[in-house]
Design a protein around this ligand. Structure first.
Ligand code: ADP
Length: 483
């Protein structure tokens, strides 16, 4: 039944327009997390292959940077169309390597296309400035130029759309790219290479290298031809990449970890809050950096919220993402399940009550039950640590200030959500929360039109919005004298 994806399942690196194996011939297995079975292999590449990919990207950059914004915009529109024409096949490939339901995978592929379309439009709007000059005989002009070769490292939770946010603005700006997808989910990344080739981007504009994260990352950070590193993943690895990029003073964009709080005030619309909670918790089985990590619910509404949230959680259909009607796929691997188990055990030891779920799912493998935990307290590990799984700890609070303080008590600052019907409170809380993104009475807020990104240790830079292309452009000031 699932046949069409195979045309996009490339088991090779794309370097300078050639599909090639690692120099050593070594490969890494790619496993379908729903079945535990091998899906295929990809090259286990290291520094040498990465260096060649960077050189290919640089050679192409010398001509690609001179293309017009309109030309690049048209190519990106074609790329958008190609993604949408193949949405089902790309979604199948995504589900097979990542585990999420086909519905979510289709949604992700659609989001990828939407980002590409957005940046196709933004490509033509990278305006500069003409600045009033303090000198009668000189003029001041400010222009924007493509930054150069960019290197992108992406995670396994959104293997398609995380690349869209990087490849889209890079190509729109006139940059060329070397991409390293996560080893668990390389095929969606390699598919980007195939699609870019198909729609007519020049050879070497997008290069994809799979294999050793450390080696590929080191070459990307240390090679002076790379002018920018863009990364989505853990804060731990982000810090390593920032430090390693310091040697050649590269630009860096970092989309790192989150510890999203979800606040529900007594005056909130309860049904709407539960609906938002379901989206903000269980999307991708809890494996997104904007998934709620901590629910803070005011005492007057606490019991009613928990009851409805538990009932909704129990209705989720867990299973192999390729099966019809499945809403929750497996976690990415057993390591992820073990981390979730540890956090749940810690909470139980410290007095929390598992109201539903709380253990591995009967399906086995890396499936975990949707879980709601009442009586969560700040002493528990998930106050500070990302769960990255379908577990919802619910804390109780009394006052608005207490809720804001608890929500901010983390080194992270990516997304946060809160529910209230009080306009004054909406402004006070929105302004009090130290986060890059705030959902007010909304649990799902990501869209290409808006700037996605975090503050504090959640990252640097923004993806999407008109801000999303700025990171791929350098500003040049020109002083025209002797007039
Ligand atoms: P996650 O917790 O989502 O797995 P990671 O930060 O470990 O996030 O991984 C995200 C991406 O970063 C993956 O593509 C992974 O291969 C890559 N990565 C991991 N370690 C390093 C490293 N030392 N240098 C460069 N990339 C790395």
């Amino acid at each position: 039944m699932l046949q069409r994806y195979s045309q996009f399942m490339k088991e090779a690196n794309l370097i300078g327009g050639e599909w090639v194996q690692a120099d050593s011939g070594a490969t890494v297995d790619v496993i379908n997390p729903a079945t535990g079975l091998k899906l295929g292999t990809v090259p286990k590449s290291g520094r040498a292959e990465t260096k060649r990919a960077i050189e290919a990207a640089n050679a192409t950059f010398l001509t690609f940077r001179k293309t017009s914004a309109l030309e690049r915009s048209k190519l990106l529109r074609k790329l958008h169309d190609a993604i949408m024409d193949n949405q089902d096949a790309l979604a199948e490939l995504l589900t097979l390597e990542q585990g999420k339901s086909l519905t979510e995978a289709k949604g992700e592929v659609g989001a990828s296309a939407a980002y590409v379309l957005w940046f196709a439009e933004e490509a033509r709007r990278t305006y500069g400035d003409v600045v009033p000059s303090p000198w009668a005989d000189r003029r001041i002009i400010v222009t924007k130029e493509p930054t150069g070769v960019i290197a992108a490292i992406t995670p396994w939770n959104f293997p398609s759309s995380m690349l869209a946010r990087k490849i889209g603005p890079a190509l729109a700006a006139g940059c060329t790219a070397v991409v390293k997808p996560a080893s668990q989910t390389p095929y969606s990344g390699l598919a980007w290479g195939a699609l870019c080739e198909e729609v007519g981007f020049p050879k070497g504009a997008v290069n994809v290298v799979t294999g050793s994260a450390g080696e590929i990352g080191d070459e990307m950070c240390e090679n002076p031809l790379v002018k920018k590193i863009t990364f989505t993943g853990s804060t731990e690895v982000g810090k390593i990449l920032i430090a390693k990029s310091a040697g050649t003073v590269k630009k860096v964009s970092m989309e790192l970890g989150g510890n999203a709080p979800f606040l529900v005030f007594d005056d909130a619309d309860l049904d709407r809050a539960v609906e938002g909670a379901m989206l903000a918790k269980y999307r991708n089985s809890g494996q997104t950096c904007v998934c709620t990590n901590r629910f803070f619910v005011q005492s007057g509404i606490y019991d009613a919220f928990v009851e409805k949230f538990v009932a909704a959680s129990q209705k989720l259909k867990v299973g192999d993402g390729t099966e019809a009607g499945v809403q929750q796929g497996p976690l990415i691997d057993t390591k992820a399940v073990e981390k979730v188990e540890e956090l749940v055990e810690d909470a139980k030891d410290k007095g929390a009550k598992v109201v539903t779920g709380g253990k591995r799912h009967a399906l086995g493998g890396s499936f975990y039950e949707p879980t709601v935990i009442a009586g969560a307290t700040p002493a528990m590990r998930f106050m500070k640590e990302e769960i990255f799984g379908p577990v919802a700890p619910v804390f109780k609070f009394e006052t608005e200030q207490e809720a804001v303080d608890l929500a901010n008590d983390t080194e992270f600052g990516l997304a946060c959500y809160f529910y209230t019907a009080d306009l004054g409170r909406a402004f006070r809380v929105m302004e009090g929360l130290k986060y890059g993104m705030v959902g007010v009475n909304e649990g799902l807020i990501t869209t290409p039109e808006a700037p996605f990104g975090g503050v504090k240790e959640s990252g640097l830079g923004r993806e999407g919005g008109h801000q999303g292309i700025e990171d791929y452009l350098d500003t040049k000031y020109v002083c025209l004298g002797g007039l």
